[in-house]
Design a protein around this ligand. Structure first.
Ligand code: FAD
Length: 283
């Protein structure tokens, strides 16, 4: 299939990229192209102009800042997979990244592109929500930050404005108890259900638990009922069982040709149980 006609620019600065976006409401940012180009080819998107970020400096790099790691929007999935900083400071990202497609796609697709795309089946939205990450954006009205809780608001929808560019994501490293769980038909496929859970081990218990679900639901979201359960006391096998039942009761899963709603509900319950048991070991 052929994409519709579009103009193409490759700005050399962030300011120039912002100017192009602000000048045309139908302009779109192009990062790794691993989601946008298929959408164009299938004629599901028809931007007037693509603003390619690949020559814009300052969107790369993975920087350890102590209590957080700052990841550039242009960092590829593959760079995350190979990063020692990520492996040591944010091992949940290392665990999740290998589930994203295949090495060829991971070599082109970017952390920022995936986050901005807000695909409920994407690994990064689920992981970033469970970690409580902060998004950094720039647009014609200046720079701003957006918390993950306020960023992912619907399927393929974030609170990033059409003329804004995601530049970095700041990911806290303080949530040292973590688990990432995915059920997929086979490695590299989009998941049927994703669960990410994190917390801060404190006095033999788990503090500030965050649990998120993706893929099985129309929009990535937190499982706040499960989080409340985890704050009740020490994480035990019985609590993991209760968390699984609570998760099953609190999701309204999607149905498609890959799995119906009831099947995905069972997957979510099973992944939450596994995640909580892993948190127990982490705490
Ligand atoms: P692009 O395709 O360039 O852009 C995607 C969208 O984000 C566009 O709307 C674009 O305008 C916007 N955008 C990009 N960068 C920015 C920015 N900095 N600021 C604002 N807006 C921006 N992903 C998964 O998570 N899991 C999978 O299992 C998976 N499997 C895949 C399998 C196949 C066969 C393919 C082709 C892709 C798959 N992907 C999967 C998608 C892949 O991870 C993409 O890399 C990712 O979704 C988008 O990143 P990108 O850099 O390619 O963004």
């Amino acid at each position: 299939m052929k994409p519709p006609k579009f103009r193409y620019v490759a700005p050399r600065t962030l300011d120039e990229a912002v100017e192009h976006l602000a000048a045309d409401p139908d302009a779109k940012v192009l990062s790794g192209g691993q989601s946008l180009m298929p959408l164009l080819a299938m004629r599901l998107a028809a931007p007037s102009i693509l603003v390619d970020l690949q020559h814009v400096p300052g969107l790369d790099g993975i920087e350890d800042q102590g209590s957080s790691v700052l990841i550039g929007a242009g960092v590829t999935h593959r760079e995350i997979e190979r990063s020692d900083v990520i492996a040591q400071r944010l091992p949940i990202l290392s665990s999740a990244v290998v589930h994203i497609a295949h090495p060829q796609i991971r070599s082109r697709g970017t952390f920022g592109g995936s986050t901005a795309h807000a695909d409920p089946s994407g690994e990064w939205p689920t992981v970033l929500l469970a970690l409580g990450a902060t998004m950094h954006a720039v647009g014609p009205r200046g720079r701003r930050t957006i918390e993950a809780d306020d960023f992912f608001v619907g399927p393929f929808t974030s609170t990033l404005d059409e003329d804004e560019i995601l530049t970095h994501v700041s990911v806290p490293t303080t949530r040292t108890a973590w688990s990432f769980q995915e059920a997929a038909v086979k490695r590299g496929d989009y998941g049927l259900a994703l669960v990410a859970a994190t917390g801060i081990p404190r006095d033999g218990q788990l503090a500030e638990a965050r649990v998120s679900v993706g893929a099985a639901v129309g929009s990535v979201r937190r499982l706040t009922d499960v989080e409340r359960l985890l704050s009740r006391g020490p994480v035990t096998d019985a609590l993991a069982e209760e968390a699984a039942l609570t998760a099953a009761a609190s999701v309204d899963p999607i149905s498609d040709i890959h799995g119906n709603s009831e099947y995905r509900r069972k997957l979510v319950a099973s992944l939450v149980r596994r995640a909580v048991l892993e948190l127990k070991n982490g705490a």
